[in-house]
Write a protein that binds this ligand. Structure first.
Ligand SMILES: [Zn+2]
Length: 249
């Protein structure tokens, strides 16, 4: 896909002068420096402190800072959809680490995105995590992995805005907020699941997603994200510098 879109990207960048969404450099939505920084990202284990109950092992490709933070926000909040491919490739490194690839156990890998609320999807005009999951899968397929993305989770009740809540308050706010679509149960049979999200902060939404999938009989082996916040919440109020932007945790 990328080889087909790059010449078009180059042409559009020429016709529509733009700036790098990562660092502000002129002439390209993703400058070569930021592209290289993303390409160097590799999946590594991260652990929120304290971890919410039931959080699976989490792997992130990069720290949520600098160009990576700016690129994720541009993709998520400002509809910079062409960033999905390079961000998805970074996510793929976290998925590989999460699944213990290149030899995942069981059947084809299922990548299950953490869902956005309907309101957020409407406001943004797209579902950024689902888009990143599909981009990551395209990268993994180029590397020979058998798998598919499966948006099996859905919000089943409203949750309060997470900003301003301590980590334990976030866990309580989210518990029971997600469920597996009833038609999805056969898909989960004997297939290892890797949860995917753009960002891990307290781990509350990943833990809730893992709980909902386990309740439906899934084997959640791990979670993978593009980025992880460096801040570790020890009961302090969330919402300071480095806290997740937007209504989701
Ligand atoms: Zn840049």
């Amino acid at each position: 896909m990328e080889s087909a879109t790059r010449p078009l990207d180059a042409l559009l960048d020429l016709l529509l002068p733009t700036r790098c969404a990562g660092c502000g450099a002129a002439r390209s939505q993703l400058c070569s420096g930021c592209r290289t920084a993303l390409a160097r990202a590799t999946g590594h284990p991260v652990r929120p402190d304290p971890p919410p109950p039931g959080l699976p092992p989490v792997f992130a490709a990069a720290e949520y800072a600098g160009p990576v933070r700016a690129l994720l926000l541009a993709h998520k909040e400002r509809g910079a959809l062409r960033l999905a491919a390079p961000l998805g490739a970074a996510l793929a490194t976290a998925v590989r680490a999460a699944a213990g690839l290149p030899a995942p156990a069981g059947g084809p890998l299922l990548l299950v995105p953490v869902p956005s609320t309907r309101r957020a999807v409407r406001a943004r005009g797209h579902d950024p995590v689902q888009r990143l999951a599909r981009a990551a899968l395209r990268q993994l397929r180029r590397e020979g992995l058998h798998g598919r993305t499966a948006p099996l989770l859905r919000p089943v009740r409203a949750v309060a805005d997470q900003s301003g809540l301590t980590a334990p308050e976030r866990w309580r706010n989210l518990t029971g907020a997600l469920a597996v679509r009833p038609s999805a149960a056969p898909l989960l049979h004997r297939r290892p699941v890797v949860l995917v999200d753009d960002l891990v902060t307290t781990g509350a939404s990943l833990a809730e997603a893992a709980r909902a999938l386990a309740a439906a009989g899934a084997e959640v082996v791990a979670a993978a994200t593009v980025a992880a916040t460096a801040r570790r919440d020890r009961g302090r109020r969330a919402g300071g510098p480095g806290a997740r932007t937007g209504p989701t945790p």
